[in-house]
Structures are given as C-alpha cells and as structure tokens.
Design a protein around this ligand. Structure first.
Ligand code: AMP
Ligand code: GLY
Length: 419
C-alpha cells in the first residue's frame, strides 16, 4: 500500500515511523514533512492548505489512504473535500472537527448531552463580558473561540488581568473574534485521553500528560508542548469507565444525532477533580508531543489499525501496547515560543540511540545534506523504559550528546511521576 501523511511536525514523523514499521506499506508520502520524515518517506512540498493540489497528487500517484496530522486542514474541511474525489482519508469531517474548531460548539454539545465540563458563559462583546467579570469569582478562565494553536486561553487572577484578556481577544489577537467564553476555573490534575474511531466503533488509544508551559515547574508562557509522558498517573479502569460513559459516548452520540460519524483520533483534554472527569477541550487529532510518546509503545501494526478504521472494521481488532513507560522531551530553539533563529545546524547523525530510544523531528529541514532548524520545536527525544525516571534519564543523555548551542529544553518533564 501507498500512504500519505499530512503535516510536518514531530507527530507526523512519529506517524510515518509507525507506518514504516509495517510490511504492508510500500511507500509513504509526507506533505510537506521535515528532515526526519525525509529519511523514511518521500517529502512532497505542497502547501497543506491547498486541497486541490493535494488531491491531484494523491490521485496521480495512486495513494491508497491519507492520514491528516494537524487540526487546521481538518477544521477547514480537508476530509470532506478529498472524500468527494473518492480518496480514503483517516480524520474527522468538517462538522465533527468543530469539536476543536469551536469551543462554543463543544460547550453546547456538553450542555445538551449533560457532559461534565466547567460552567461557562458566551459573551458577544467586551461590555457584557466586563460587566459579568465585575461580579465573578477568581481565578477565572477566559477563552477565545476558534483555533489559537494552544494559545487563546487566559487564567485570570483578578479583574484587571481579566479585562486585559477580554480586550486582547476582541482586538483580534487570535484572529477575528465574534465572541468569547468565560469559564469556571477547575482545580485538579489534567489528563489527555485518546480514542481512535472508525465511525461505527471505537477503541481507547492510551493516555498521556503533556507539559504546555515553557519553563521548568510548569511556569512561563504556554507553548505547543515541551514534553509529555505516557501513561498518565491517573489512569485506572474505574476512571476510564467514567470518561467513556460520561464524556466519550455522549459526544459520539451527539455527533451521530447531527448526522455525523466520527472517524479519526479524538483527544479529550480532561481535568480530573477528586476522581471525577471534566472535559476541558477536545482536539480532533493526536496530541503533539503526546503522539511521539504513545506510538513507540504500540505493539499492533499501525497500518492495520488505520486500514481497519478506513474500512469501518475496527470493532474486532485488539490493539496491543507495550506495558512500559515513555517520556518525550522537546528540544526547542532559544527564544521559543516568542522569536527565535532558524537555519541553525544540528549535529545529530552520529547519535548512539538504543533500541528503546527514538528521535522524531519537528522543525527541521535538510539543506545540502545538513540538518538545519526550521521552527520553535525542533526535535523530540523519546525513551521507553520500565520506569519514568530511567526513561527521562535516557532522553536527557541524548540531549546532552546533541548539546545544541541554539537550543533549550525542560529537564523536569514528568516530575509528577518521578520522585
Ligand atoms: P485549552 O486550550 O482549552 O486546553 O486550555 C489550555 C490550558 O488552560 C489547559 O490545558 C488547562 O491547563 C487550562 N484550562 C483551560 N480551561 C480550564 C478550566 N476551566 N479550569 C482550569 N484550567 C483550565
Ligand atoms: N500537546 C497539546 C496538543 O497537541 O494540543
């Protein structure tokens, strides 16, 4: 089979890597890919927002199915577009992608199907938002609707912080804002919970915890993710059951009532408060870097899982995992998530990786045989081990060997699971 992967981050390199391990896959195309995917796939330099060019290439090259990595093309309807030309695609359609594309869509679904989530209000202008904030409890959470690449969420400690957030959102800092959400602040521990769905049935696809803040101790600005570990320390059969019964199934039912089958990965960002799960947000794709942490633990052939999803025959497949721990540490360009330099050389060709270690590229590109940085998040260093502590040590050792002058990374990824 020939398969296409759309995207260019660490998640997409991990997807290509898992497909590459399968005997069923003859060729992988990555659109547009990075220096890492280049070594196992054919990188195709097409803008992933240009659906027509993607479609032409997929048809001309007889690609059997396509996996969509990032949220933007999903929310913009790439699945609906490609399916019109009978291309087989793994990912949710435009209606279902509103789960990530519109926080208000998701909140309304929660309301209708009694899915536990933070109490909220929707405000159409700054006057009504500010008037509500004058009498509300702090901290409170203020969110821009729509995609904001992990930004667009403010936890405000007082009225003055909150009014600044309202002003920034309505000023268009995260794109045109027609409304915003003000949410009750939930105090608990976060957990990322994944399922994979073929539209008729679904399977759990692991848990993880990422670290979104840029500095150690979870301080500083939000980023796309500085590292992650799997499984979450909160995972248990009892909690899984609550999540599935109270959150996942009512969501899939809600979509079905809208005439929509959910196909693809679904990532529930949860807050666990005293053992009870609350939905914070949905993402209609794998997490990045959670995907890099999870996929190396997969025992079952990944291409078979995706093929079964596309054929809507997932129900009788048993998905098996290695029962160990996994940690991913992200090497970033100095200055990320603000300004940073690109095109800085990385010397990583001679690294001594063990069998349980993996490097997934994110912002890298190949120029005249040299690997150069090409983004804020540059490399993902993953180690699997029997315990989190040695997994982290393994990744830190590789980062020490890389010793990249232009880079920085958090040394404390997984601190909650490591004494
Ligand atoms: P989101 O983009 O909705 O995932 O929000 C980004 C981050 O803000 C989450 O990962 C949480 O750490 C935090 N957050 C969002 N909503 C809430 C809430 N209602 N209560 C507490 N923390 C929240
Ligand atoms: N790691 C968070 C995300 O992928 O949205």
């Amino acid at each position: 089979m020939k398969v296409g992967v759309i995207g260019s981050g660490g998640r997409e390199h991990a997807l290509c890597f898992s497909l590459k391990n399968s005997n069923n896959i003859k060729q992988i195309y990555c659109f547009p890919g990075n220096a890492g995917t280049n070594s196992i796939a054919t990188n195709i330099n097409i803008d992933i927002n240009d659906f027509e060019k993607l479609k032409d290439f997929i048809i001309q090259n007889g690609i059997d199915f396509v996996i969509i990595g990032p949220e933007k093309p999903l929310v913009d309807g790439v699945v609906d577009y490609l399916e019109k030309f009978n291309i087989k695609v793994f990912g949710p359609n435009k209606i279902a992608s509103q789960l990530e594309g519109s926080k208000i869509f998701t909140k309304k679904l929660c309301e209708k199907y009694k899915i536990p989530t933070a109490k909220f209000g929707v405000f159409l202008n700054s006057k009504s938002a500010l008037s509500f904030l004058q009498n509300c409890n702090f901290p409170t959470v203020i969110k821009a609707d729509g995609l904001a690449a992990g930004k667009g969420v403010y936890i405000s400690e007082n009225y003055s912080e909150a009014s600044k957030a309202v002003e920034e959102i309505f000023d268009g800092k995260f794109g045109k804002a027609e409304n915003l959400l003000i949410e009750e602040f939930l105090k608990g521990e976060e957990m990322s919970f994944f399922i994979i769905s073929d539209g008729k049935s679904y399977k759990m696809f692991g848990t993880a915890q990422d670290h979104k803040r840029v500095f150690e101790g979870d301080k500083g600005k939000n980023t796309g993710g500085m590292g992650a570990y799997s499984p979450s320390r909160l995972e248990s059969d009892k909690l899984n059951e609550k999540i599935v019964n109270r959150i996942i199934e009512p969501t899939l039912k809600g979509l079905k009532d809208l005439g929509c089958e959910y196909k693809g990965f679904l990532y529930a960002g949860l807050m666990i408060v005293n053992g009870e799960p609350f939905l914070i947000e949905y993402n209609v794709r794998m997490g990045d870097p959670e995907c890099q942490t999870l996929l190396p633990k997969l025992k079952t052939d990944f291409s078979i899982i995706i093929k079964r999803c596309i054929e809507q025959k997932l129900h009788d497949l048993i998905i098996e995992w290695h029962n160990d721990k996994s940690i991913c540490i992200v090497l970033c360009s100095k200055g990320y998530p603000d300004t940073y330099k690109n095109n800085v050389t990385l010397n990583i060709k001679k690294l001594d990786l063990k069998k349980n270690q993996f490097i997934f590229h994110a912002g890298t590109k190949l120029v005249d045989n040299d690997i150069l940085s090409n983004g804020g998040r540059v490399l993902n260093i993953v180690t699997r081990s029997n315990d989190f502590k040695s997994a982290r040590q393994g990744s830190l050792k590789i980062l020490d060997e890389i010793s990249w002058n232009n880079g920085f990374y958090r040394k404390d990824i997984g601190y909650k699971v490591i004494q």
